[in-house]
Design a protein around this ligand. Sequence first.
Ligand code: G3P
Ligand code: CA
Length: 305
Amino acid sequence: MRLVPILLLAATLMPTPPPSHYPRKTNVAHRGASAYAPEHTLAAYRMALEQGADFVEQDLAVTKDGVLICLHDPSLERTTNVEEVFPSRFTEVDFGGRLRRTWLANDFTLAEIKQLDAGSWFDPKFRGERVPTFDEAVALIRGRAGMFPELKTPEIYEGRDVRFEELVAVALDRHGLRGPRADPGTPIILQTFGEGSARRLAAMKIGVPVALLIERGEGWDEARVRSWQGIVQDLAPAKRIVLDNPAFVRWAHDAGLTVTPYTFRSADSGRFPSVAAEMAHFLYTLGVDALFTDNPDLFPRRSVR
Ligand code: G3P
Ligand code: CA
């Protein structure tokens, strides 16, 4: 008769096993090793692997001919020489009441995008780096780290006949990277700021963990955190959300969700003496499970003062 309470007590004292997508504190290279090489180039991804990243992040965009490429912005002008190569191919958009020229990636074919230099803006020594396709990223990273693709700005494809989630699912299938028979050497976690996109991925039973990115903390109480249980497997807040409200981590863990804040960079470590100290505080004091960093070489495997 006393067996049941004793078993219950034992169960409550057992440490919760780490989720299979994060077997240890996890180092996600943000846009590759983007403190040292131009973001989302194979050079940045290669460096992230050399620096020991557990996962390498990709932001995904879709070309005019329906190819997934790795690019943070919806447009090409910040990180390539598109204005020189295709000077007349811009769209004018209203930006806070002023018209601004922009070169949307979705208005260019892959062959056109491959003509662009994606390295010189960062440092002339990277001249000739190209915008990689998702397939090229897989070919480089496969078996050496996990991949953490973000379905970037899904809203810009509305009315453009692009089924972003389906394109990603097809790409993962092509590489054998989702579902029960997925390659264990290349774990995948998808991420999105789009709540609709996260729900579509869940409805599709996408077969890999999904992280919901959160830019602003307002309205994120415990009930809202819990409401994502069973839809996504991770919450990925801007780091200030966790700093302002450390209970966020407990709320997520109680709901069975991991926490992966962004973005940690040597160029901005806030009130901390170094980015390593900042990352250590989040990992070992606030208890987050993983984090996105531009400096994967500085990821602390233990507490740092
Ligand atoms: O995806 C995590 C972090 O990368 C979100 O911010 O703008 O760098 O994609 P962003
Ligand atoms: Ca991102």
